[in-house]
Structures are given as structure tokens and as C-alpha cells.
Ligand binder design. Structure first.
Ligand code: SF4
Ligand code: SF4
Length: 251
């Protein structure tokens, strides 16, 4: 039986340190239900001994005010206010390395649960999700419009001035390293970003059907509009190409 059928959510469970919930009870429950009803939830949360092994092996816990044990406990005890609170900042500290999942004696996947919480944060347009994703708008634009974002010729000191001062310390034999990457079509931005029209249109359908575009609309409406225009243009080009092929066959 799934957690969704045997919920232990009670009216009076909440964070005892929180004087007033930041959002209404109904919203807190809606957010929790969205996390809990995901198919992956029951596979990733089987119980929790509160042993802390996950936190002891978690690299992010060493550097941030973050503990996978705490996240799992919040979910396991259905602490709706604590869950909402963790979604404001803490869940974004996870590096998604899944060391925790390999170590948990209960077979939990704290990193996987964090991923679910992130997806729900995006779905609900939480400010934390918008803030975390904002610097990646250029990446999302390329990724969604072409299916690729990075090609080896972009790994250079000049390509990413917005990556901060440490990018200027890149001093590796980049030309040699790029040749070592075994996918020849990805050697330059030109070849990586020139995507077959049919492939592009298929990708757009995948983004639409899987809800990726709907999520993007929630967290970045401007980027959503830009990508929508690119998609319309490519779909028109693909239709024109199909018509040309049809006419050529009839001639
Ligand atoms: S999630 Fe697993 S490793 Fe972490 S505290 Fe709970 S039982 Fe221990
Ligand atoms: S997946 Fe996240 S929570 Fe788990 S060990 Fe890695 S950084 Fe920590």
C-alpha cells in the first residue's frame, strides 16, 4: 500500500518552533501531497532510523547548513511546515551524488527525495526555485532549443565570464582534452547546436508532454516566451520542409 493511501498527516502536526505557518494549511498539504504522490516516493522512503549515516557521508552536509537526515525525518513524520521551510533553501544544497542512497540501512534515497521536493518547488513557483534557476537561463535556452548546451570548444577562459573569477585559472591542455572526448559531432558549438529539424520538433514534443515547458513557464515566463517563439519558428520550418518534400515527390 502506498504512503498516499496510508497518510499520517494530522491536523496538529507541525513545526513546534514555527509560530505561524508562512502559507495556509491547505497549501502546505497540497505541496506535501504532490511530493508524496510521485511514483518514486514510496521507493525512496521506507522508514528512518534517524541514525545519521546519510548526513555523516553527505558532502553537502560538510559545507552547508544541510542534513539529509533532517530532510528524511521531515518527510517521514509528515512535518508539513518543516518540509515547506526546507524547500525555501536547504533542498538546493544537495549535490545529487547519491552517496546517502548507497549507505542508508533502510534503503532510502535522501538525494532522490530532495529531487522530488525540488520538482515540486518548481511546480509551485517557489521563490527559492526561481532564484536558483535564474542564473541558468542561458543554459536552459540552449538545452531546450537545441537539446545540447555545452560543447568542448566552449571550455575556455573567455566563454564563461559569468562563472566567476576561478574560470580565469583554467590552464589545462584544452585542445588535447577536447580531442579526447569521443563524440566527434560535439566538438564545436556549431555542430552541437545545429540540430536536425525533425529531431528538434520531437524534442519540443517531449518537453511539452513531460511538463518541462509548463515548469519553465512557472519559474521564468520571459524565457518561456522566447523558447515558445523558437519552437514555433522551427515547427514552421519543419512543415515547410515536409511540404517541399511532398511536392518534390509529386513532380
Ligand atoms: S535516511 Fe537512512 S541513513 Fe539517513 S538517518 Fe534515516 S535511516 Fe539513517
Ligand atoms: S545525494 Fe545529496 S543528500 Fe545525498 S549524499 Fe549526495 S549531496 Fe548529500
Amino acid at each position: 500500500m502506498s504512503h498516499a493511501d496510508t497518510t499520517r498527516v494530522q491536523q496538529h502536526i507541525g513545526d513546534p518552533l514555527s509560530e505561524s505557518p508562512p502559507v495556509g494549511r491547505a497549501k502546505l498539504e497540497e505541496i506535501f501531497r504532490d511530493i508524496q504522490s510521485d511514483l518514486r516516493f514510496d521507493h525512496q522512503l521506507n522508514g528512518c532510523l534517524n541514525c545519521g549515516i546519510c548526513t555523516a557521508t553527505c558532502p553537502s552536509a560538510h559545507y552547508y547548513d544541510y542534513s539529509p537526515r533532517e530532510i528524511v525525518q521531515l518527510l517521514w513524520t509528515e512535518n508539513l511546515e518543516g518540509i515547506y521551510d526546507a524547500m525555501q533553501e536547504k533542498i538546493w544544497a544537495c549535490a545529487q551524488c547519491y552517496t546517502c542512497a548507497a549507505r542508508c540501512p533502510f534503503g532510502n534515497s535522501p538525494g532522490g527525495l530532495v529531487m522530488l521536493m525540488r520538482e515540486v518547488a518548481i511546480k509551485h513557483g517557489l521563490e527559492s526555485a526561481k532564484n536558483v534557476l535564474r542564473p541558468f537561463s542561458r543554459v536552459m535556452l540552449k538545452l531546450i532549443s537545441t537539446g545540447n548546451q555545452l560543447s568542448p570548444d566552449m571550455i575556455s577562459r573567455d566563454a564563461f565570464p559569468d562563472w566567476g573569477p576561478n574560470i580565469s585559472k583554467v590552464d589545462a591542455p584544452l585542445a588535447t582534452l577536447r580531442k579526447a572526448i569521443p563524440v566527434p559531432t560535439l566538438h564545436t558549438t556549431k555542430t552541437a547546436w545545429e540540430v536536425n529539424l525533425k529531431t528538434s520538433v520531437e524534442l519540443y514534443t517531449i518537453w511539452e508532454e513531460t511538463g518541462v515547458l509548463e515548469s519553465l513557464k512557472t519559474v521564468d515566463p520571459n524565457l518561456f516566451d522566447v523558447i515558445g517563439d523558437i519552437m514555433d519558428e522551427k515547427r514552421d520550418d519543419y512543415s515547410d520542409w515536409q511540404e517541399e518534400q511532398q511536392e518534390a515527390e509529386e513532380d
